[in-house]
Design a protein around this ligand. Structure first.
Ligand code: ADP
Ligand code: MG
Length: 687
């Protein structure tokens, strides 16, 4: 274990190397290299040190071929039967061979690396490191790296592997890090209450390990550091939210009771509880910051309606924001029917709204109680009289900046109460870390009488026998179907089905049915018209892109086909599927796959389960949080190491952040920490 010279404790951030300096500050990195690094997101010295190896090659302990299991492996052996061929279809060069040791042999395959055919000397031993996996029904070692055994210096037999960026390959990163080695000693401490030098030792050991143990202890500290930052950011957000003031809305039990009695159905217990939690928040003088999580079809809109009703009863305004105009329109129709009989004024404001100026004047004058719209409500010049509650449907589609704009629209320095609704459940681990600043209500119960959706994966070629009869059956009962395609138009270079050509084909197959299409490039008025005719039952099959993904509610549709299902992520598939199974009738979802590959884990999980919370956990495991929440939330959540499955480490970080927060003035000493967490604060805040 390496121990660099101490730099003077935790407060040395400004006295030594500045981690925020450009990477060019480091030896060996000139403008050209810096440019490539910048493209890879590595801009500062800090970014460079924190660009950790993707994996390690361990030549110290090669496995016997007879013992290897799927995953990353290192083996030692001789190679035979090398040959190279070209595939006609995808124009790939495939180099194959057999690696043999005294225990067994394994097939190795490289793609587009034809030099491999000439790389090896027969009869000599090499190390091979790579992914051992089942591909097209056969086990193989895919694209391993190889090194001559006699070339491997036993002292450097445990080596990091870096992700290549442009012209910079793994060995370039190694070379550059080697040059910066002395700089590691200058890396200041970051966190309170941890051993001095632990940070720089950990970073050093992650880049220059001598064993597995070095790596795992380094990674444990670095994961802790990351969790600490995430959790601290979330907690600070919560504290900051508590400093804001909002208009309290007092609870009128009688009024609400009368309203609930007149509803066409009984509220579920989960809806009651969530509503109660929201009402309690609304009574406070600090803004509510609540996330309402409920699986698709659990009745979130009803909860939103109750909240809006409560606010209107106090004479204040609510804005409800939806991610698409289709959804805003649908919310408007539903909520107007529900709330206008009780004297509320409900209005829709989208790009397609006529006489906008008149409507805006009414909003400003406080004559409208509930304004429903899309993002446009935030960007335009709409002024409110007394905006007290903001409800955001499908919150993960709204960026931080959009949320901030809303706060500016509130009167008299008050922040509005915020209720975000989402059907993409946040796994518990994320709730404890990234989303720790939110209060959460959960609708974990579907309205009575719902039957689980029956989901089946079927190969495209089996459509005729299995799918068409089912479509005829449900339509003969007066029900309706969705058919989802990825593309709008045909594209000659892919075989992905398009909405337009699929509509034509289906019209030929089902001559008696009314079949129409819907997609995002249509004009808002056209979309409204088609959705209206589908809702009223005039259209029997709606062929659509994923514009129907979020929130569309036509309870009479009971069958959904998702073509090229492998092209979608798990959360998205679950969302799409949630468009059916919304009424009392049994519903079906067919996932069509083309080609002869085994269906992916994603599809199999979806076939087995309709539980959004379970699927969200699976998705988190399969893809990692960066991809799930990062992309949607403007790419900012980009976890390097923290796995979020390490509950012990999460608990420790939560405990330690609490200690720090006991004396908030102490935090100012941790300048670097404070600046690091700023981006996380932006990410998770709703206010
Ligand atoms: P989501 O949570 O996906 O937004 P919605 O709010 O669109 O769900 O509700 C789905 C459907 O269930 C709607 O047709 C709605 O009218 C109906 N619904 C909501 N609450 C109940 C309830 N308590 N009992 C019966 N049906 C309900
Ligand atoms: Mg909804």
């Amino acid at each position: 274990m390496y121990t660099p010279a101490p730099c003077g404790g935790v407060f040395c951030y400004n006295k030594t190397m500045n981690l925020e300096s450009s990477v060019e500050f480091l030896k060996g990195i000139g403008p050209k290299t810096a440019e490539i690094l910048k493209k890879a997101g590595i801009k500062t010295v800090r970014d460079f040190f924190y660009n950790l190896p993707r994996d390690y090659e361990n030549f110290q302990a090669p496995a016997k071929i007879a013992d290897i299991e799927p995953g990353n492996v290192v083996i030692k052996g001789k190679i035979e039967n090398l040959n190279t061929r070209r595939t006609r279809r995808r124009n790939l060069t495939i180099t194959e061979g057999i690696v043999r040791d005294s225990s067994d042999a394994v097939r190795v395959v490289w793609f587009n690396q034809s030099y491999r055919a000439k790389q090896f000397e027969s009869g000599r031993e090499y190390y091979f490191t790579g992914l051992y996996e089942l591909k097209n029904g056969r086990y193989q070692l895919t694209s391993p790296s190889a090194a001559l055994v006699t070339d491997v210096d036993q002292n450097s037999s445990f080596q990091p592997i870096y992700v290549a960026h442009g012209a910079l390959k793994s060995h370039d990163f190694k070379r550059l890090l080697e040059k910066s080695k002395p700089k590691f000693a200058e890396i200041p401490d970051l966190l309170p209450n941890v051993e001095k030098g632990l940070r720089r030792n950990s970073l050093f050991n992650a880049h220059f390990p001598t064993s597995r143990e070095d790596v795992s202890s380094a990674r444990e500290y670095l994961a802790y550091e990351e969790l600490f930052e995430l959790i601290l950011a979330a907690k600070l957000n919560k504290l900051e939210n508590q400093k804001l003031s909002a208009t309290p809305v007092s609870f009128h039990a009688e009024t609400i009771k009368k309203f609930i009695e007149k509803l066409p159905f009984k509220l579920t217990n989960a809806q009651r509880l969530a509503t109660w939690e929201i009402f309690q928040d609304l009574e406070k003088g600090t803004p509510m910051n609540r996330l309402l999580q409920g699986d698709v079809g659990s009745g979130k809109t009803m909860v939103a309606a109750l909240a809006a009703y409560e606010v209107a009863s106090a004479g204040c305004q609510t804005a409800l924001l939806a991610p698409t105009a289709i959804l805003a329109t649908q919310h408007y129709e539903n909520l107007r029917n529900l709330l206008e009989p009780f004297g509320l004024k409900v209005a829709l404001l989208t790009g397609a709204t006529k006489k906008k100026d008149d409507l805006k004047a009414e909003i400003k004058a406080g004559k409208i109680d509930l304004i429903i719209g899309t993002h446009a409500l935030l960007t335009d010049d709409t002024e409110f009289n007394d905006l007290t509650l903001v409800i955001i449907d499908e919150q993960h589609r709204f960026g931080v900046e959009q949320r901030e704009k809303l706060v500016l629209k509130s009167p008299k320095g008050k922040a509005p109460h915020l209720l975000a609704m989402t059907a993409t459940p946040i796994p518990r681990s994320l709730q404890l870390t990234v989303f720790g600043d939110l209060d959460v209500s959960i609708l974990n119960e579907l309205p009575k009488g719902r039957q689980p959706i029956e989901t089946s994966i079927i190969p495209e070629i089996a459509q005729k026998e299995t799918l068409y009869p089912k479509i005829r059956e449900i339509i003969s009962k007066g029900q309706q179907a969705y058919w989802i395609c990825k593309a709008i138009d045909d594209n000659p270079t892919t075989e992905t089905a398009s909405v337009k050509s699929r509509t034509k084909k289906l019209q030929e197959i089902f001559k008696d049915y009314k079949i129409e299409f819907l997609h995002g490039r249509m004009k808002p008025a056209e979309k409204d018209e088609i959705m209206g005719r589908f809702s009223s039952g005039e259209i029997q099959i709606l062929v659509s892109t994923t514009v129907v993904e979020v929130g569309v509610d036509v309870p009479n549709s009971t069958l959904m086909v998702i073509e090229d299902a492998e092209n979608y992520g798990l959360a998205q598939l679950h969302q799409l599927r949630g468009r059916v199974g919304r009424g009392q009738e049994k519903s079906y979802c067919f996932l069509l796959t083309s080609g002869d590959k085994d269906p992916s884990r994603r599809l199999k999980e979806l076939e087995k389960s309709t539980d959004g919370f379970h699927l969200a956990e699976v998705d988190l495991k399969l893809r990692g949080p960066g991809e799930i929440y990062g992309n949607l939330q403007h790419g900012a959540l980009d976890l390097r190491i923290a796995t979020l499955s390490d509950t012990k480490l999460i608990a420790k970080a939560r405990h330690d952040t609490d200690l720090l927060l006991k004396n908030p003035e102490n935090m100012l000493k941790y300048e670097e920490l404070m600046s690091n967490i700023h981006k996380y604060q932006q990410l998770t805040t709703l206010n």
